[in-house]
Write a new protein. Structure first.
Length: 278
């Protein structure tokens, strides 16, 4: 079956063990100083471990894997940590509604209850939202064709669709943009797209096989002086930075600057930090 399951990038793993502690199902262990998936059947794919990893080594991918086996996990957890560990697992299940018991979670939708599970899926509402009527009707009647000028000067933008040798990549910085960031922040166009090339992707929902290779092909061009990752503050989005760092490392370039910018859920944009190649 094809389902959501954890992926561990050993190159990024620093062996801190925080993911081991975060996984109530005991699906991850440290082996020779690196996090390892003990057994695919032990991973429920909800990604509680993502929020604990400080290096972005953990991502959720969708691939062929055996289904989550709750009974096997119960035996494993009880053998490893006794009844206290079983209680902790059941508490985790209560946070993940629908629970594992009775039916498998819908990994296509990741159906968590509000305030539980993956931090990127927790429901929230920002303070100070406008309470008046929408600015325009759904069909845009009466509006100019472009209310705010776009800073996008290329097409396509999806990582899957761009060609590495496209002329719009040459002689400018590259922005690797998470799909959520331009929705969260109204500043993205003028702040990041102006004068830059851009590619867009989501490390959690995209099929990211080949992303690092394609990004490396783009960044191999010596006329690209820097790459800027613009990602959301949720942990799973750190996978985008991990892909870019891996791609930059593959180029072998020592003159390529890699920066990361984090956009908060309320739209605030944090200062850029250099993260270097992986």
């Amino acid at each position: 079956m094809k389902r959501a399951i954890i992926r561990i990038n050993e190159k990024l793993c620093n062996g801190c063990g925080k993911c081991v502690d975060a996984c109530a199902e005991g699906a991850i262990k440290l082996v020779n100083g690196k996090a390892k998936l003990v057994k695919e059947q032990y991973c429920d794919g909800f990604g509680d471990c993502l929020g604990e990893c400080p290096t972005g080594a953990l991502t959720i991918e969708k691939r062929e894997a055996p289904g989550f086996d709750r009974e096997a996990v119960l035996k494993h957890v009880r053998a490893e940590g006794g009844e206290a560990a079983v209680t902790r697992m059941r508490q985790a299940e209560e946070r993940h509604q629908p629970a594992h018991a009775g039916r498998a979670p819908d990994h296509g939708r990741h159906s968590h209850g509000p305030g539980s599970g993956c931090p990127g899926l927790r429901q929230r509402m920002a303070e100070g939202l406008a309470t008046g009527p929408a600015f325009a009707t759904a069909d845009g009647a009466g509006l100019p064709s472009q209310a705010i000028p776009s800073e996008l000067h290329q097409w396509p933008v999806q990582i899957h669709l761009v060609s590495p040798d496209a002329p719009y990549f040459r002689n400018r910085e590259l922005v690797v943009l998470s799909t959520c960031a331009p929705v969260a922040s109204a500043d993205v166009h003028w702040r990041f797209l102006r004068g830059r090339a851009v590619v867009v992707g989501c490390p959690k929902l995209d099929r990211t096989e080949g992303y690092a290779e394609k990004l490396a092909s783009i960044l191999q061009d010596g006329t690209i002086p820097a790459v800027v990752v613009v990602r959301m503050e949720v942990p799973c989005c750190g996978g985008l930075t991990a892909l870019v760092r891996e791609a930059a490392g593959r180029t072998g370039r020592s003159d390529l600057t890699v920066r990361e910018v984090v956009v908060g859920l309320n739209g605030d944009v944090r200062p850029a930090t250099e993260v270097g190649p992986g």
